[in-house]
Design a protein around this ligand. Structure first.
Ligand code: ADP
Ligand code: MG
Length: 391
């Protein structure tokens, strides 16, 4: 797209497209529609959460030239809801219409080794690590990286594609188990807690952000996000924001970006990874903020002004995994929604997935209120009713 066509914002009434039909695509579609846009989803699954609520659903693979051409014909701009879309698909679209984020940014985010190199380039601290792509690199691994976590460079999510290794022998066996695919070995760090920043950056280089989010993961999957004034020391929050901005600037990023961090037990901050899209840890913004991360995605891709979002309520988000639909791990049940929704400040979001499986993200519950103490009381009671461990 040339500069002239980018200067005019794409206004409501136009059709916006999204690559991927999962829950992130669904919430993007809902935000776009509420602003008066038409939507098109490209996803091969006939029952995808986003496809079900979109005006148009193109059922094709992400590399299908015909499907991509149809998306380009329908839409005024396109975004993505997951990072594993082939760069070639984004490039094919970018030749015809505005695409945000750009293929080059997505290519960094979808590859752990490239991502880490970008963080280092931006001067943001990362976990000690080694790239393992060859037998020579495996043999040369510094013993100080053990015990560590071997992670595939591509296609990992929710802790998938990761193996904990204690010794050099275990490392070699783990790499074998991962079919000697390109990996990164990371030292296992002593975490105090985790946090993340969701920011939106426009074509003019200006960015806005949500408040820093405190995240609890269980088994490699996000379980709880808490956002309120006392969720972490202010100096750490300021460091996380500054690091996120420099990572986005270094990519000349356009769109919504999430940056995930570890806070170590010695109080230092280390960047973990980025997602070139809205993020699970930002879902609370739908109910706790005057502009959600999905509304920001719409504004960034259309070139509309990015007004700074304001949090109006302290918020706690509980992720609703498929386990909650399975009594004793296997017998199907319906979670006690009526009891949960009797609690003050509960906002239920279900993604319309027919089949509940352990670890599958089925929905989330955001609790808001005037004060964090009442929010926490409701959230803890909701967790208890749902059969989730307290936090
Ligand atoms: P994914 O792409 O699956 O989200 P992550 O690299 O973010 O993978 O790892 C998932 C979770 O595993 C993290 O949120 C964190 O809780 C834990 N984890 C990952 N890497 C480390 C590490 N180097 N040290 C300690 N814990 C880690
Ligand atoms: Mg992660």
């Amino acid at each position: 797209m040339n500069a002239a066509t980018q200067r005019q914002p794409i206004l409501p009434g136009a059709t916006l497209g999204v690559l991927g039909g999962g829950q992130l695509g669904r919430m993007f579609v809902q935000a776009a529609q509420s602003m008066g846009y038409f939507t098109a989803v490209l996803d091969p699954d006939a029952h995808s959460p986003a496809g079900r609520v979109s005006h148009h659903h193109i059922r094709s693979g992400y590399e299908d030239a015909q499907g991509l051409a149809e998306l380009a014909r329908l839409c005024a701009a396109v975004t993505t809801e997951f990072e594993n879309v082939p760069a070639a698909a984004l490039e094919q679209l970018a030749g015809r219409l505005p695409v945000a984020p750009a293929a080059a940014s997505v290519a960094v985010a979808q590859h752990r080794a490239r991502e880490k190199a970008h963080f280092v380039h931006c001067g943001v601290p990362v976990a000690p690590h080694a790239v393992i792509e060859t037998a020579q690199q495996l043999a040369a691994v510094d013993a100080r990286l053990l015990p560590g976590i071997l992670k595939t460079s591509t296609l990992g999510y929710d802790g998938k594609g990761q193996i904990q290794v204690g010794t050099a022998q275990e490392l070699a066996a783990a790499w074998e188990q991962l079919h000697k695919t390109p990996c990164v070995l990371e030292k296992r760090l002593a975490l105090d807690f985790e946090c993340s920043v969701v920011l939106a950056r426009g074509r003019d280089g200006r960015s806005v952000h949500l408040p820093v989010q405190r995240n609890l993961h269980r088994g490699g999957i996000l379980a709880v996000t808490e956002v309120h004034a006392q969720n972490m020391p202010e100096t750490l929050a300021a460091q996380a924001l500054a690091a996120s901005k420099s990572i986005a600037e270094g990519l000349d990023y356009v769109g919504v970006l999430c940056v995930e961090f570890f806070v170590l037990q010695d109080g230092s901050l280390v960047v973990n990874e980025i997602a070139p899209r809205p993020h699970n840890s930002g879902h609370w913004s739908i109910d706790g903020c005057d502009s959600s991360q999905f509304a920001l995605q719409v504004r960034a891709m259309t070139g509309l002004p990015l007004a700074a979002p304001r949090q109006h309520s302290p918020a706690i988000m509980l992720n609703l995994l498929g386990d909650l639909w399975l009594q004793d791990g296997h017998t199907p049940r319906t979670p006690p929604w009526a009891q949960v929704l009797a609690l003050p400040g509960c906002h239920l979001h279900l993604y319309g997935k027919a089949e509940a499986r352990a670890g599958r993200k089925m929905g989330h519950l955001t609790v808001t209120g005037a004060h964090i103490d009442t929010v926490r009381a409701s959230a803890l009671r909701a967790a208890e009713l749902l059969g989730m461990a307290p936090f």
